[in-house]
Design a protein around this ligand. Structure first.
Ligand SMILES: *[C@@H]1O[C@H](CO)[C@@H](O)[C@H](O)[C@H]1NC(C)=O
Ligand SMILES: *[C@@H]1O[C@H](CO)[C@@H](O)[C@H](O)[C@H]1NC(C)=O
Ligand SMILES: *[C@@H]1O[C@H](CO)[C@@H](O)[C@H](O)[C@H]1NC(C)=O
Ligand SMILES: *[C@@H]1O[C@H](CO)[C@@H](O)[C@H](O)[C@H]1NC(C)=O
Ligand SMILES: *[C@@H]1O[C@H](CO)[C@@H](O)[C@H](O)[C@H]1NC(C)=O
Ligand SMILES: *[C@@H]1O[C@H](CO)[C@@H](O)[C@H](O)[C@H]1NC(C)=O
Ligand SMILES: *[C@@H]1O[C@H](CO)[C@@H](O)[C@H](O)[C@H]1NC(C)=O
Ligand SMILES: *[C@@H]1O[C@H](CO)[C@@H](O)[C@H](O)[C@H]1NC(C)=O
Ligand SMILES: *[C@@H]1O[C@H](CO)[C@@H](O)[C@H](O)[C@H]1NC(C)=O
Ligand SMILES: *[C@@H]1O[C@H](CO)[C@@H](O)[C@H](O)[C@H]1NC(C)=O
Ligand SMILES: *[C@@H]1O[C@H](CO)[C@@H](O)[C@H](O)[C@H]1NC(C)=O
Ligand SMILES: CC(=O)N[C@H]1CO[C@H](CO)[C@@H](O)[C@@H]1O
Length: 818
């Protein structure tokens, strides 16, 4: 069905394009003026707001000038049948250059377009337009058949005038900030009650009048702010072929009437709060190809009869509380292409009936209770993506698996697989993601891995791999994420990776020798993690050449010497952990210049989760946080900033300049030989949550300025030679663990119940009475990539290397245009 609608749309577009060439006639002057006005308004907003020259031009509107016929302009389609040659189609998507996305385009920019009453097709998607959808004005466009406003920032309520557009067949408002209508009727009173439950949530129900658009074939309201019920009127839209309401907050049981949508081919309701079971009426949908119900709150057993829907191709049910009875003898009537039964309580062996699914391209059975070995028949199916992580599978991998030229994602992490990796693994040269973490694999890493040209992601952590021989990757390799940590590797640190390496995690092995000069060949490296190894030598000056470095973790090695000053040139460095080594000398005052630790980190949350239809697991960066080992979720690592120099032999005074590092969350210099006073400037470390100065020879008083640190929850100054009153006021009053102040030379204060001879007055201004939300987001739904990496992925996706989640056919057009 999707194909038919694609054909229809393609035909429609072809049709209107073929009509548009008729040089004898010109477009109406008022249409031309409207379009020119649209261009100039958009350009004006744009130039005014963009910082770069890219902003001065808009993609695709170059040909729009007053001296030519507007029917000849790019992106404009005219009707050649009527004498007036009126404008009937406008393809105005992605006019705003990506680089100028920060600029604000308000929805009033659309106003001139409402004068073109002949419009049948309007696409203004992906233009970063903000504000309300001009509702009344839409009434002018009564001939609209196709309206696409996806991927903007339209907010406010669903524009009611759209319900008068009775010819509308295609309506896409996805990826906006729209909500339902809140009108003073019974329905909205219920809404208001719900609003009270969740005061921050601005949203509303999908209006019932949507049912007036009886011609609709495609309706997408995906990723907006709709909540509550799906109006039953939607289920009377008999022509509907695609209904996409994913990623809102809809809460209701899936209505039985869903079985009335006889023409539906795509029903996508994932990422809502739907409850109840999967209605059996779905079986009546004889044209259903894609059913996405994943990530809701559905319960009950999945009816095997779903697999009797002959047309069914893509089925996503993961992330609910559904169960699957794996003992049932199933003879599926469908020929599946994609199947996700993630976390559906599937126990026993990988279901045998899957072997009949010869077109299977995506299989996600992760987070179940699967046992047994990797079946030979599955290896022979040549599936593109196999995701079996978090099960109890055992045994070795069949070499046949790697004869597949389709395999692009293999995620077997967190099982009990064992044995050596087959030597022929490199034959599967389409693999992009190879995730084998948390198993019992042993032996060496096969050389042939370096032959997998598209490999982006290689996670072998938490196994028993050993040896000191590694595949030699070409400098041009695409491999960006390499995690070999927690294995039994030994020998020199491997560096024969491509220049595109972003993350290199080798911690928890037995690597020895000093840091090799060739690390500088990894010129885009962002994270280097070598903790818990036996690395010797000094911290080399050449590390400062890797200017992209954000995380450097050398904790618990045997590195000596002093820290080179040039390390402070690493302007992106946000996490530096050198604890547990033999470093000597002074802490360089130049560390006060570490720009990455000065700026308060941006919460840069890139939402790329849509690109792959499975979650990519990053391994946590393990750090010592507030005295215990914790994993920092790498997904949002860019909001962490900290400096750990503890357990070394540093001596001399603490440089005052460290007070510059306003972005620091954690600062640990315990177990060193530091002397002198605690700098007053530490009162400027405004983001600090944990400060550990214990086990040094610090003397003098604790500076009263520390009372300004509103986020501080751990302050350990024990085992020093400090004297005098412990500062009071705001959070300082709550830091009262006597162990944090023990073994000094005469501290006093209420915190340790030792009275001071003269009571100190608290600092006058003390904001931040609450301890504040911690910046630690141990879990997060989104996947945050470093920007560069994300873009690289996007490029990979658009060049078609990976088979992503099914996309709107409109995207196809878009690609052709580019
Ligand atoms: C865009 O321009 C408007 C009007 O001049 C201005 O108010 C707004 O702050 C600008 N936005 C940015 C991001 O520069
Ligand atoms: C206007 O655009 C046409 C092409 O659409 C071009 O041939 C012509 O030179 C342009 N005129 C000006 C003044 O830019
Ligand atoms: C609607 O169309 C009428 C007649 O063409 C025009 O006068 C009016 O300005 C249009 N409304 C808007 C908002 O453009
Ligand atoms: C919609 O966005 C505009 C501009 O971003 C803002 O001024 C307005 O308050 C928003 N309206 C609603 C209902 O959120
Ligand atoms: C929707 O249709 C009903 C009945 O056909 C009609 O009474 C109502 O006015 C229509 N609403 C809108 C907004 O067009
Ligand atoms: C379904 O689609 C077919 C073909 O496009 C059409 O003839 C029919 O009217 C549609 N509606 C129903 C309810 O079947
Ligand atoms: C699933 O069920 C478990 C226990 O029965 C419950 O704790 C959990 O919240 C449920 N999850 C959802 C998404 O409903
Ligand atoms: C891993 O394999 C070894 C032998 O190869 C075995 O002794 C050990 O129990 C296995 N560990 C796990 C967790 O299966
Ligand atoms: C370091 O790089 C050079 C040139 O790229 C290469 O010849 C040499 O073998 C590399 N050394 C190691 C130890 O990888
Ligand atoms: C340091 O690393 C070694 C392995 O190299 C490990 O055995 C030890 O437990 C680690 N020590 C700490 C304190 O983490
Ligand atoms: C769901 O919507 C939210 C915003 O409302 C967005 O941040 C998130 O990425 C979306 N998730 C998916 C999987 O599309
Ligand atoms: C290809 C490349 O950049 N190779 C360099 C790797 O690093 C060494 C020094 O460690 C240079 O000599 C190479 O030119």
């Amino acid at each position: 069905m999707a194909k038919i609608s694609l054909l229809l749309s393609a035909f429609f577009i072809f049709f209107i394009f073929s009509l548009s060439y008729n040089p004898s006639l010109c477009c109406p002057e008022d249409h031309k003026q409207a379009l020119l006005q649209f261009k100039s308004t958009l350009l004006e907003t744009h130039v005014r707001n963009s910082s770069n020259t890219m902003g001065a031009s808009l993609f695709g509107l170059e040909s729009w000038n007053s001296s030519s016929d507007c029917c000849q302009w790019d992106l404009v389609t005219c009707n050649s049948r009527s004498a007036s040659r009126s404008v009937i189609g406008l393809n105005l998507y992605s006019l705003v250059p990506l680089l100028a996305l920060e600029s604000v385009v308000t929805s009033t920019v659309l106003m001139p377009l409402f004068r073109i009453r002949s419009l049948m097709m309007l696409d203004v998607s992906s233009n970063n337009i903000q504000g309300n959808i001009p509702s009344n004005e839409f009434a002018n466009l009564s001939k609209l058949v196709h309206l696409d406003m996806r991927d903007n920032r339209f907010n406010g309520s669903f524009p009611s005038q759209l319900f008068h557009l009775r010819f509308l067949q295609y309506l896409d408002l996805s990826i906006n900030l729209l909500s339902g209508i809140l009108s003073p009727d019974v329905d909205s009173l219920r809404n208001l009650r719900q609003l009270k439950l969740d005061e921050n949530f601005i949203g509303g129900e999908i209006p019932t009048e949507i049912g007036n658009l009886t011609q609709l074939r495609e309706l997408s309201l995906r990723q907006n702010k709709f909540y509550g019920r799906i109006p039953l009127s939607v289920l009377q839209l008999r022509e509907l072929e695609q209904l996409d309401l994913q990623n809102n907050s809809l809460s209701m049981e899936i209505p039985l009437e869903i079985g009335n949508l006889h023409n539906i081919s795509t029903l996508a309701l994932s990422r809502n709060k739907l409850t109840g079971g999967i209605p059996l009426s779905l079986q009546k949908l004889g044209k259903l190809e894609t059913l996405r119900l994943d990530n809701n709150m559905l319960v009950g057993e999945i009816a095997p009869r779903l697999f009797s829907i002959k047309s069914l191709k893509n089925l996503y049910l993961g992330g609910n509380n559904l169960t699957w009875n794996n003992n049932v003898k199933l003879v599926p009537k469908c020929m599946l292409s994609e199947l996700s039964l993630r976390s559906c309580g599937v126990a026993g062996h990988i279901p045998n009936w899957l072997s009949s699914q010869k077109s299977l391209n995506f299989l996600d059975l992760s987070e179940n209770e699967l046992e047994g070995t990797f079946p030979q028949w599955l290896a022979e199916l040549d599936v593109g993506s196999i995701i079996l992580s978090h099960n109890k599978l055992v045994g070795s991998l069949p070499p046949r698996l790697f004869q597949s030229l389709s395999l692009s994602i293999l995620d077997l992490a967190w099982n009990g697989f064992s044995g050596e990796l087959p030597e022929n693994i490199g034959d599967a040269n389409e693999i992009m993601f190879l995730m084998l973490a948390g198993n019992n694999f042993s032996g060496s890493v096969p050389d042939s891995l370096s032959e997998i040209y598209r490999l982006l992601w290689l996670d072998l952590s938490g196994n028993r791999f050993s040896g000191n021989k590694f595949p030699i990757f070409s400098p041009e390799a695409l491999l960006a994420y390499i995690d070999f940590s927690s294995n039994e590797f030994s020998g020199e640190i491997p560096v024969a990776f491509g220049k595109k390496t972003k993350i290199l995690a080798l911690g928890g092995n037995k690597f020895s020798g000093s840091l090799p000069q060739n690390l500088t060949n990894l010129s885009q490296l962002e994270q280097l993690d070598l903790h818990d190894n036996s690395i010797t030598g000094e911290v080399p000056k050449f590390l400062s050449q890797i200017s992209t470095l954000q995380v450097l973790n050398l904790r618990n090695n045997s590195i000596g010497g002093s820290i080179p000053d040039v390390l402070s040139n690493l302007s992106s460095l946000r996490i530096l952990d050198l604890s547990g080594n033999n470093l000597i000398g002074r802490i360089t005052p130049k560390f006060g210049n570490l720009i990455g630790m000065i700026t308060t980190p941006d919460i840069l949350s890139l939402t790329s989760s849509d690109i792959f239809n499975f979650p990519i697991e990053f391994n946590d960066l393990i750090v010592i946080w507030k005295k215990t080992k914790q994993g920092l979720s790498s997904r949002n690592l860019d909001i962490y900033s900290f400096l750990d120099l503890s357990r070394n032999q540093f001596s001399g005074e603490i440089p005052t300049s460290l007070g510059n590092l306003k972005g620091l969350k954690l600062f640990n210099i315990s177990y060193n030989k530091l002397s002198g006073n605690i700098p007053m400037s530490f009162g400027e470390l405004e983001s600090l949550e944990s400060l550990d100065l214990s086990h040094n020879s610090l003397s003098g008083e604790i500076p009263r300025t520390l009372a300004k640190l509103g986020e501080l929850s751990i302050l350990d100054v024990s085992n020093n030679e400090l004297v005098g009153p412990i500062p009071m006021g705001s959070q300082m009053d709550r830091i009262n663990d006597p162990n944090f102040f023990a073994n000094n030379s005469g501290l006093c204060g209420v915190q340790i119940q030792v009275q001071c001879s003269e009571a100190p007055s608290p600092l006058p201004e003390s904001q931040n009475s609450e301890s504040g939300e911690t910046w630690f987001l141990w879990e997060g739904a989104g996947i945050g990539f470093p920007v560069g990496f994300f873009l690289a992925m996007a490029v990979v996706y658009f060049t078609g290397f990976l088979r992503p989640a099914p996309r709107n056919h409109r995207r196809l057009r878009r690609r052709q245009r580019v």
